[in-house]
Design a protein around this ligand. Sequence first.
Ligand code: FAD
Length: 495
Amino acid sequence: MVKFRELNLFFLVVWLGRAVTETPNAEIPPPERIAVIGAGIGGAAAAHFLRQYFGRDVQIDVYESGTVGGRLAKATISGQDHEIGAATIHPLSLHIKEFVQLLGLKERKHPNNLLAVYDGEQFVFEESEWFIINFFKLIWRYGFDFLRVKMWLENYQHKFMRIYQYQAQGYSFTTMEKLLQVLGGDNFVQMTKHSIDEALQEVGISQRFIDEMVGSIIRLTYGEGVNVNAFVGMTSLSETESDLWTVEEGNQLICSGLLYSAKVNLIKGKVTSVDAKERPRRNGEVVTVYEVNYLVGPHTDYGAYDIVIVAAPIQSSDPEIHFRAFSQPIDVPRGRYQQKFVTLVEGRLNASFFSYHGAGPFRPTTIGTTVHSGNFILGASVSAPVTRGTPPARVWKVLSPEPLGEEGLRHLFPSYAAVRQAQWLAHPRYSPDDRVPPFVLHDQLYHLNAIEWAASTLEMMAIAAKNGALLAHHRWFRQLDKIDQDTLQEVKVEL
Ligand SMILES: Cc1cc2nc3c(=O)[nH]c(=O)nc-3n(C[C@H](O)[C@H](O)[C@H](O)COP(=O)(O)OP(=O)(O)OC[C@H]3O[C@@H](n4cnc5c(N)ncnc54)[C@H](O)[C@@H]3O)c2cc1C
């Protein structure tokens, strides 16, 4: 059922995608230079859509201070490459699917994991390989909560999928709130304003299910508790579906492929500021030009642009990019990003650390921990190498808010052959009081990562990228009827 729906939508998105850019207003000259700051999935997808909408003549410069891919990255352990950043892609990620097809990359099914939930004393739930056994185990412990949560989730997913049709018709939104309002009305907007705990309690889900199952899944995906906003909670729960997938040879290939096909100039530099400059045109009109200042090693340089897309996280508490000489202060997020460590370990997990003294071998391949477990890890799962057919070494991926250190490693693994660790500013530190900042920072200055304050995933960034490119296009050519249209709710969408 989902597959048929997904396929239909996919073709619809591809087909309607062609219709987005009507012939632009001939009286307005097109932009000459566009800057994209960041070459993660947000920046790479933005470059792709900008090239599609503005044509081949515009110069697109992409600034990257680290590595192309950003939070999509792989690491080599014991001779095999593993994802050490974002690993899985949801089956309904239609933009990412389109990129993968366009670039001729190969999808690869992510192995289904066997989940065990640890509450600090014991495993309160342990998944079996047999569907029917799981069904009865879930009913025994949680009644029908798991089915009710599944239905609740599907209802929201169904509404969220409307975004593809609206984007395919060229509609764009200046804030997340306006976008959510069009997708599902006030109910949907409220998703970012109250916690997943409250949202699930409202539909009668037991606290036990919320704390144990929902809580451990949110810790595994976002490293937080059930007080995250309901939208993040919903996104997190979607990660438990089967049919998750990944890109053969590494998800990062999507970013490098999109940058290559969009024919961008990649500038390896760290942007330090964006300054607004007023410049007169020959016809007397005064326009704003954005000066992007950047560092390459010890040297500073700059470029001047008509349009700037910021596709990197901005934290007002620790600003890496300053916005100078704007007549109004720029509205950047007030919160912080959350630190997360991902440690790949080739070794045998110490099951007795989790008070597991079962007679047979330890079967779970994903361990979730409840917030009350007091555990120093957020969770762990068996990691599959990115290359098909590589003989599997048992590599565990351990997630923790602090580095594991020697002691942590010794607790978890009596012996290990190799260790690789990455530190991420993984995603915003969520709370239901967060305000999702606007996508538009100034006339032609956009911030894609505002969407992360609703939820942070690859597909969300691709949606933000398409929205940002559409906004830039429509605002440049003054096609304002395609921006923040709230009558879209009346469009009937058959999925
Ligand atoms: C450990 C981990 C696991 C995850 N798992 C999943 C998952 O399974 N599925 C999923 O969908 N999502 C997952 N995510 C979330 C997902 O990775 C992010 O939502 C997404 O990658 C964000 O992409 P982005 O392009 O917005 O940001 P980034 O990937 O962070 O890219 C921003 C880029 O901008 C560059 N940059 C920053 N500042 C500057 C500057 N001043 N000048 C120039 N360049 C700059 C950075 O170097 C970086 O390359 C995970 C994230 C983490 C950390």
